[in-house]
Design a protein around this ligand. Structure first.
Ligand SMILES: [Ca+2]
Ligand SMILES: [Ca+2]
Length: 309
């Protein structure tokens, strides 16, 4: 039940995009509107002579006020497109296990833009990594760059490489910081990266044990469990290993992924079976590998498939 066969756990950082780009809207309308206001008492209702002059001076005043208002906005230039205020940009936090064993772990920070209705983002923002308790060059690889939107609103990703290790440590932090916006307004400039240690105490994932399944069920479900509740999504890969030479009566899996959600300790690896009950009983081995956190305990179990109960 609740088998978490899904794509690798991607912590979607809380979107903190706030609509802080509340600037005075496009200044227009009011100047022309001045000409449609009721004429002052005693003035001719037809636009003649002195009335026209009065209107002109009013218009000049309104225009002058408009120029002052137009000079006030604290936001940069308008995004491309008429009448669109700049989009805001925000970076989310990211929390993930450090990982153990060979290779590295990628932290993916989402950078989202929020544009006014009917508008898009046109501009750029620079990013850089800032150390916290994590040490640049040791715990993570410093990075920096520029993100650019050309009339779009897609969410972009800043990837930071984390060094895996097997050393018991305290949790460590660093940040991805946005700066130097061009044509955008920064709503949240700091994405905090929290590196969760998986070595103190060691986190380990094991298969539950051998299993007997029936073809009529259509799917073999093999449970696995972690030694502690997941503090960030944990992904574990799995595959089937054929036993014997016959044509398998199941759909071989080369690289499946089980995700254990935050707070959980269990997941299920699924293998689809041929439902033809004329097939003979058979066996395959299920193996788990490449966990996103900690180590693997019991990595292989036999799965027996029976055609009749
Ligand atoms: Ca580790
Ligand atoms: Ca560690």
């Amino acid at each position: 039940m609740g088998a978490a066969c899904s794509r690798s756990g991607e912590h979607s950082g809380t979107s903190t995009a706030a609509s802080t780009s509340r600037l005075v809207g496009p200044v227009n309308g009011s100047a022309g509107g001045g000409a449609t206001t009721d004429p002052q008492p005693g003035c001719a209702t037809q636009s003649q002579g002195g009335y026209t002059k009065g209107i002109e001076s009013m218009r000049a005043m309104v225009l002058a006020a408009a120029v002052v208002v137009a000079a006030l906005p604290v936001v940069p230039a308008y995004a491309s497109g008429s009448g669109c205020a700049p989009a805001s940009v925000a970076v989310g936090d990211y929390r993930q296990y450090e990982g153990t064993g060979a290779g590295t772990t990628t932290f993916s920070f989402s950078v989202s833009v929020t544009a006014p209705p009917g508008c898009a983002a046109s501009g750029s923002v620079d990013y850089t990594t800032d150390p916290g308790t994590a040490t640049p060059g040791v715990d993570y690889t410093p990075t920096s760059g520029t993100l650019t939107w050309n009339g779009t609103t897609d969410t972009k990703t800043v990837s930071v490489t984390i060094a895996r290790d097997a050393a018991p440590e305290y949790e460590e932090t660093f940040a991805v910081r946005l700066h130097s916006p061009q044509g955008l307004v920064i709503a949240d400039n700091l994405g905090v990266g929290q590196i969760i240690d998986d070595d103190r105490p060691p986190l380990d994932t094991s298969l539950d044990g051998g299993k007997i399944c029936w073809r009529s069920q259509g799917t073999a479900e093999i449970g696995l469990h972690t030694s502690a509740p997941a503090r960030a999504p944990i992904t574990i890969h799995y595959r089937t290993i054929q036993v014997g030479d016959g044509k398998p009566g199941y759909y071989p899996v080369r690289d499946g992924v089980v995700t254990i959600p935050v707070g959980e300790t269990r997941g299920v690896a699924k293998v689809r079976l041929f439902t033809d009950e004329q097939l003979p009983d058979e066996q395959f081995v299920l193996e788990i590998f490449n966990p996103s956190a900690g180590t693997i305990g019991l990595s292989k179990v036999p799965v027996t498939v029976r055609s009749r109960g």
